[in-house]
Write a protein that binds this ligand. Structure first.
Ligand code: ZN
Length: 117
């Protein structure tokens, strides 16, 4: 148990260490919606060694959505930009969210961009 705690602590420290690089990629704003406040990295592959390629910098509201929160998909059209992100993890996570919420408008973009889900 103590070992798991230590490993988790190390995992978080590792993510912290990658924060600067992630911030630069994200231009210090939420990679889904562009918000500048309440940003924190989300590790999309918590079972693996942390890598910037698996991290997304999200604001508080977007983290709530990532964690399973509900929203009207028609009010999430501002997330379309994320689908076009040059960072595959950003596009993939945004696409997964919009698909989960049944955003019909996003399907066309997902296909157009060629996001593998
Ligand atoms: Zn956001």
């Amino acid at each position: 148990m103590a070992k798991g705690y230590e490993a988790n602590k190390q995992h978080l420290a590792e993510i912290q260490r990658l924060g600067k690089e992630l911030g630069r990629r994200a231009h210090f704003s939420c990679e889904w919606c562009g918000a500048k406040e309440g940003l924190a990295p989300v590790d999309t592959q918590p079972a693996l060694e942390p890598e910037v390629e698996n991290l997304v910098l999200l604001c508080h509201g977007c983290r709530a959505l990532y964690d399973g929160g509900d929203a009207d998909p028609n009010r999430l059209r501002h997330l379309e930009g994320a689908l076009w992100s040059g960072a595959p993890v950003v596009a993939r996570t945004a696409a997964a969210l919009l698909r989960r919420l049944g955003a019909d408008w996003a399907e066309e973009v997902i296909e157009q961009v060629g996001i593998d889900l």
